[in-house]
Design a protein around this ligand. Structure first.
Ligand SMILES: C[S@@+](CC[C@H](N)C(=O)[O-])C[C@H]1O[C@@H](n2cnc3c(N)ncnc32)[C@H](O)[C@@H]1O
Length: 191
């Protein structure tokens, strides 16, 4: 386990309880879950599970992976069924498998290698949502690690082969976020 990440995120969650507040799911998740032909989902770096809990309501079985036990405990306490499976794991090295999911969601967490592994874990015809912060001169937080920020049109490049892009957009982040930051979001279907 990437022990530094675990310590960092458990500390963040224990010191900022608002990070565990109930939040609306990503708009892309709400829009595209309906197009999935099956009900197996994977929520990468799920946090307290705003997207997992929404998908549970819609009848999905969800593997919800995060490195923070605190976030997963919150998710577990809110889940209404055992269709949400919280998994404590380091996504740097967790084996996602191949061709197993109909819907994969990766929001507010950037690991480019993980996107490639997630593509393999998606079934043909499955849909992947990737949505996270991007570089922008007007971002309120200017000291973010650039490795964790998308470049302009980077998501389009990542999904240009073997996927149909259903939607790509950029937007200013949700009102509940602490800092005003630009985000990019893609919904892509595996061919
Ligand atoms: C900003 S939160 C995003 C939560 C959720 N996806 C959302 O959109 O609300 C980032 C999450 O990534 C998790 N995380 C960070 N590094 C990780 C790693 N190496 N493996 C698994 N999860 C990790 C953190 O614990 C945290 O819950």
């Amino acid at each position: 386990m990437a022990i530094d990440d675990k310590i960092k995120w458990d500390k963040k969650y224990s010191e900022n309880s608002e990070l565990l507040a109930r939040r609306a799911p990503s708009e892309a998740v709400v829009k595209y879950y309906k197009m999935c032909s099956g009900k197996r989902a994977l929520d990468l770096a799920c946090g307290s599970g705003r997207n997992s809990l929404f998908l549970e309501e819609k009848g999905f079985s969800i593997d919800a992976i995060d490195i923070s036990q605190i976030a997963l405990n919150t998710l577990k306490s809110r889940a209404k069924s055992d269709r949400v499976k919280p998994i404590l794991a380091d996504l740097d090295r967790f084996n996602l498998g191949k061709d197993c999911y109909n819907f994969i969601v990766k929001c507010n967490f950037l690991d480019r290698g993980l996107i490639e592994r997630a593509k393999e874990a998606l079934k043909i015809g499955g849909i992947m949502i990737v949505e996270t912060y991007m570089e922008d001169p007007k971002n309120q937080k200017q000291d973010s690690n650039p490795n964790f920020l998308l470049q302009k049109d980077e998501l389009l490049e990542i999904f240009k082969d073997g996927f149909e892009v259903l939607e790509y957009r950029t937007f200013w982040n949700e009102s509940f976020e602490k800092y005003r930051m630009k985000k990019a979001s893609i919904a892509a279907k595996k061919l």
